[in-house]
Design a protein. Structure first.
Length: 324
């Protein structure tokens, strides 16, 4: 199986045990959260090796996260710790439908103080994929410059770059800066994975074909667009100069528990599918399936499937005609 390197900010996440506004909740359950953590967990459960780059505070949250990553089999040799800054955390309320309210406590966190001094410590020579999202680079100018430098180094050392814009407007000082920097990083990527709504914000185009063309013209080999329950679309350049397109339906679900983490599950399917050299139809089916599995659980990553669970889920929907 392949090796993936990730960079991000893992956080302790407190999920409300009872419904209602966060200010009214008295009981919470603690999990580990972070888009890149979710992708890391999912990739390891499907049999791939993952090395995670970040910085944690020397505090109980940092210890909890470090232990969780190690228990999940995620490599921690690139993780630094510091006593100068705290580990970030977040609160999430419990909802019966729609997206939950999430409140972050991450300003000035340990991860946000990672800079280019880390560059010489990271080696991509045995990495197959370097996966990046738009979240860590949004924390400040220092993390943005670090992301750019790491991508350049990873490409030079032969790693494939996958990029999920994963827009977090509240982390950016303006939408203009967000669009500018996200699209600049996308220009370095081999595969770009925007949501259909994100694509409109970033490109001004509403049609998936136009969003894909925007990033292909910037240098991507392929663009894979997620559209939630409506499935997914891919447009890729072929080695002979041709273009390949693929639409794939989503999976019907009787109940959606929590939509947070669905996009990360989708990314797991794409990244591991690329590593395993699956066909694009198989990649999109896998990505849609993991996204569907993920929204049926309150945690951001605890329900991510093993290969056996994933195969059983896909097979059951094929048998029952559950794919739309």
């Amino acid at each position: 199986m392949g090796k993936i390197v990730m960079i991000g900010e893992p956080m302790a996440m407190f999920v409300a045990k009872t419904s209602g506004k966060l200010k009214d909740v008295r009981d919470f359950q603690m999990f580990t959260a972070g888009a890149e953590v979710n992708v890391s967990v999912g990739a390891v459960r499907l049999g791939h090796e993952v090395e995670y780059i970040t910085q944690l505070g020397k505090d109980p949250f940092g210890e909890y996260i470090q232990e969780y990553l190690e228990q999940e089999g995620i490599g921690t040799s690139f993780i630094q710790t510091t006593a100068d800054f705290p580990t970030g955390f977040q609160l999430k309320n419990k909802v019966e439908k729609n997206d939950p309210e999430v409140v972050y406590f991450r300003k000035g966190s340990a991860a946000s103080h990672l800079g280019k001094e880390l560059l010489e410590k990271i080696d991509f020579s045995d990495a197959d994929i370097f996966h990046v999202t738009g979240i860590f680079m949004a924390l400040n100018d220092m993390t943005y410059e670090l992301i750019k430098a790491l991508i350049v180094k990873a490409k030079e050392q032969g790693a494939l770059i996958t990029f999920d814009p994963n827009l977090r407007p509240t982390l950016w000082e303006s939408q203009k800066l967000m669009v500018e920097r996200i699209n600049e990083i996308a220009s370095y990527a081999d595969y770009v994975l925007p949501g259909i709504g994100e694509g409109f914000i970033l490109t001004g185009y509403a049609e998936k074909e136009e969003i894909a063309d925007f990033y292909l013209e910037k240098g991507a080999k392929g663009v894979i667009i997620k559209a939630g329950s409506n499935g997914a679309y891919a447009k890729c350049l072929l080695e002979d100069g041709g273009v390949f397109e693929q639409n794939m339906y989503g999976f019907k679900l009787e109940q959606v528990i929590d939509t947070v983490g669905a996009g990360d599950g989708f990314a797991v399917g794409v990244i591991t599918g690329l590593l395993e050299k699956l066909s694009m139809e198989e990649i999109l089916t896998r990505a849609n399936a993991i996204g569907a599995i993920q929204v049926s659980h309150i945690s951001d990553n605890e329900n991510l499937p093993t290969q056996e669970k994933l195969t059983a889920f896909i097979d059951s929907y094929k048998t029952n005609g559950g794919m739309e």
